[in-house]
Design a protein around this ligand. Structure first.
Ligand code: NAP
Length: 251
């Protein structure tokens, strides 16, 4: 039986109908949090809500494309009107519309999309949630960065740059939000077995990049975010925990 260390807390997780976001919602929910999940497609939201409810988790779900201001604000409003506030916010949704070397990118639209969804939307989501997090004891925010934010590669350069930006966003927000008692950290996963990484899984041999001879699992990420949101992490802010099985993470 899971320890109920998040009992009474409310957690909002974006991009949470599958992969890492879903695993985070599941873990926080199993540890007692009421979870608010979202993603772009209603079908995916319904399915994820059903799966979580079938495990006894208190959950509500709605459509939210994080690139759309009105969607982000609706998620926050839903959390507040149904559960009274927000204790844990996880900005997880991200995109990578292009594979290949960064110099292959010819249109500004690619940069705009990646930075809008991955970085700018995270900032404005947090800004919308702030009024409802400020007076909650032990409130915390986790941004999902990536090992790609540390190590360049030839598969998704612009995405890598956006993930480095997430490290900076966490540090700056940690400074500004400390006075409200809100901690801000990043989780930076290595290669995790999900839909997003399907293409990489086909091309990257894990023994070449990890000391631990396996891919990461979404559950590995859920456990770390749960820790970061817990009292045990009360003195950690502005940091990034890298979960990459040893893949090098030096900026
Ligand atoms: P995933 O398995 O592809 O799942 C993505 C989730 O986000 C789905 O629920 C998807 O549902 C939703 N989503 C996609 N675009 C969205 C948008 N614009 N707005 C809202 N929701 C959206 O991805 P993942 O691998 O779990 O990745 C989650 C996070 O971890 C991302 O920030 C990613 O950069 C990071 N990460 C992943 C890995 C890895 O190896 N997998 C490694 C490092 C970091 P809908 O289709 O219904 O929207």
């Amino acid at each position: 039986m899971a320890e109920l260390r998040h009992q009474g807390k409310v957690a909002v997780i974006t991009g949470a109908t599958e992969g890492i976001g879903y695993a985070i919602a599941e873990r926080l929910g199993k540890e007692g949090a009421k979870v608010v999940i979202s993603s772009r497609k209603q079908k995916n939201v319904d399915q994820a809500v059903n799966n979580l409810r079938s495990q006894g988790i208190e959950v509500l779900g709605r459509i939210c494309h994080v690139g759309k201001r009105e969607h982000r604000e609706a998620v926050i409003e839903d959390a507040v009107s149904n559960y009274g506030g927000i204790d844990i916010l996880v900005s997880n949704a991200a995109v990578n519309p292009i594979y290949g070397r960064m110099l292959k990118v010819t249109t500004e639209g690619v940069w705009d999309k990646i930075f809008d969804v991955n970085v700018k939307a995270s900032f404005f989501l947090i800004k919308s949630a702030l009024p409802y997090m400020k007076n909650r004891s032990g409130a915390s925010i986790t941004l999902i960065s990536s090992i790609s934010g540390y190590s360049p590669d030839n598969l998704f350069g612009v995405y890598c740059v956006s993930k480095t930006a997430m490290l900076g966003l966490a540090k700056n927000l940690a400074l500004e939000l400390a006075k409200y008692g809100i901690r801000v950290n990043c989780l930076s996963p290595g290669l995790i077995k999900t839909q997003l990484s399907k293409q990489c899984l086909r091309t990257i041999a894990i023994p070449n990049i990890s000391f631990i001879f396996r891919y990461g699992l979404p559950e590995d990420c859920g456990k770390i975010v749960s820790f970061l949101a817990s009292k045990d992490a009360a003195f950690i802010t502005g940091e990034s925990i890298v979960a990459s099985g040893g893949q090098v993470s030096r900026l």
